[in-house]
Ligand binder design. Structure first.
Ligand SMILES: Cc1ncc(COP(=O)(O)O)c(C=O)c1O
Length: 499
């Protein structure tokens, strides 16, 4: 396997950081021979030497060298918004960490995310292009990042909230009308429903009779959306085990709602998170049509169709096309119907990368075990321990069924891998004392990789930070924000009031 097979296209090995002159803006990216080349940027010439303890040394701190014009303070309570390609900031973070380590700063080598808000913006544009008739209500649970929420609010998105906490967080942004929120948790605490009423949030889902009694008691003016059960068997995370009214129960629930004088305005579903079969959407729309017809029989005239979440980055266009055709087929007349969705993963998955430091390594000593002829070369012989794990950002491995792939961000104090690079079957572990804390059971990594080097992971924006814990006293990795430097970066700044 060649090293480019191992390292993804955006790997820093593809970058040319050889310019010694510090450019005015670190965001000029061009493509050459199929490789990404950074024509200007933070120089790494000072990052090449390695101390005896494998701690890279450098003489300048690129983050501190950024012009004021390259850093925007959006809100004093938030970190600054930087400019430029996220890979530049991954590198800056590594160099900065190395400098802090050289100064013996505590936790200098802390893992960190780089969030590319330009990517969130581009996903929003993609949504509007391929699903123009469907209003996105971003699922806050997926990643309640304050910059992401602000950006999406500024772009006019609505929000799917699952709790009072999420509702408060969205309303605190300022400028979000409560009508742009759906309380999309079919099983809510009574106090949360009361709080929604106080906050002016009226639209909420239900899928059982008890919920109707609670709502009738504390929020009788609510606009209710019945969440129906659909086929979620083609999804990464199935939600039907816990939520969704089977169609046979819908007439009874609607009768009860009528009896209680409640206002049911529409139907919602969720095909499951990470849906890989577009037919799930068309099947769900067919069921939603039946539920609309049941509504008519119960004396309601539904005006809301909520197609839920489940949208993936990779197959978005296919899902969008199948969903749109199904809507055309089952809802040919829909002037009076507002169609909304609750996308989460689609918006943020690719926007966040994580850099983690190798804090420890367990490798065969000297030349004994790896010289044996009976050693299976596909089995890991080296264990790397990094400073984020399944109790932190990589909880997505346990809760979201993700498989993550590391690539080498820096090795031996350099962003350039030596050539040729010899790969070795390795495993990657988190920092806690629990053996469940395994990030990659088997992966191919350079044999020279050692303590102090950095690994990076892409696609770390969905269901990661939101469920991270501080188990064993490890801090949740912090986030560096950038406008991405490419297409959409100017729009991000404008939307955040820094155009
Ligand atoms: C009610 C509801 N809506 C939306 C979402 C977001 O789903 P996704 O991230 O797959 O788009 C979820 C995820 O669990 C959910 O439970």
């Amino acid at each position: 396997m060649s090293q480019l097979d191992v390292l993804p296209a955006t790997s820093p090995i593809d970058f040319d950081f050889t310019s010694f002159d510090r450019p005015s803006r670190p965001d000029a990216i061009t493509r050459s021979h199929g490789h990404t080349v950074l024509s200007s940027g933070i120089t790494d010439e000072t990052f090449l030497s390695t101390s005896p303890t494998n701690c890279p040394r450098f003489s300048s701190d690129p983050l501190n060298e950024l012009d004021d014009a390259e850093i925007d303070v959006i809100d004093p309570s938030l970190p600054p918004l930087l400019r430029g390609h996220p890979d530049i900031h991954l590198r800056s973070g590594v160099i900065k960490a190395s400098r802090l380590a050289a100064q013996s700063e505590h936790n200098a080598e802390k893992a960190f995310f780089v969030a590319d808000l330009g990517q969130v913006y581009r996903q929003h544009q993609r949504w509007k292009r391929f699903l123009p008739g469907i209003e996105p209500f971003y699922a806050v649970k997926c990643n309640p990042d304050p910059f992401v929420l602000r950006l999406l609010a500024a772009l006019g998105a609505g929000f799917d909230c699952a709790s009072s906490g999420e509702i408060s967080q969205v309303l605190q942004i300022g400028g979000v009308d409560p009508s742009k929120i759906i309380f999309a948790n079919p099983c809510k605490a009574t106090s949360f429903i009361r709080n929604a009423a106080k906050s002016g949030v009226d639209m909420m889902t239900f899928d059982n009779g008890d919920e109707l009694y609670k709502i009738a008691r504390v929020h009788p003016k609510a606009r209710l959306v019945i969440r129906i059960l659909t086929d979620d068997s083609k999804s990464l995370c199935r939600l039907g085990l816990k939520f969704g009214a089977p169609l046979v129960t819908v007439p009874g629930l609607l009768r009860k709602a009528k009896e209680l004088g409640l206002n049911v305005v529409g139907v919602s579903f969720h095909v499951g998170s990470g849906c890989y079969d577009s037919n799930a959407f068309s099947d769900a729309i067919m069921r939603a049509r039946s539920a609309f017809d049941m509504g008519k029989e119960a004396g309601y005239d539904f005006t809301v169709l909520d197609v839920g979440g489940g949208f993936e980055d990779g197959n978005f266009e296919t899902n969008a096309s199948v969903l749109s055709s199904a809507i055309d087929r089952y809802f040919p007349v829909r002037e009076s119907i507002r169609i909304i969705a609750e996308p989460g993963r689609f918006y943020v998955s690719k926007a966040f990368r994580l850099a983690a430091n190798i804090i420890a390594r367990r490798a065969p000593m000297g030349d004994c075990s790896d010289q044996r002829s009976d050693v299976d070369s596909s089995q890991p012989t080296v264990m790397y321990y990094i400073n984020d794990g399944v109790y932190g950002a990589f909880n997505c491995i346990l809760f979201d069924h993700q498989v993550v792939h590391p690539y080498v961000l820096s090795m031996g104090g350099s962003f350039h891998l030596p050539s040729p690079v010899i790969l070795r079957a390795s495993s990657v572990w988190g920092p806690t004392c629990d053996s469940i804390d395994c990030v990659c059971p088997v992966t191919q990594l350079p044999a020279q990789l050692s303590v102090g080097d950095w690994l990076a992971f892409e696609n770390m924006g969905a269901y990661t930070i939101c469920a991270a814990s501080q188990f064993n006293g490890f801090e949740i990795s912090s986030v560096i924000y950038t406008d991405g430097g490419g297409s959409g970066s100017a729009e991000v700044r404008r939307a955040l009031g820094r155009g």
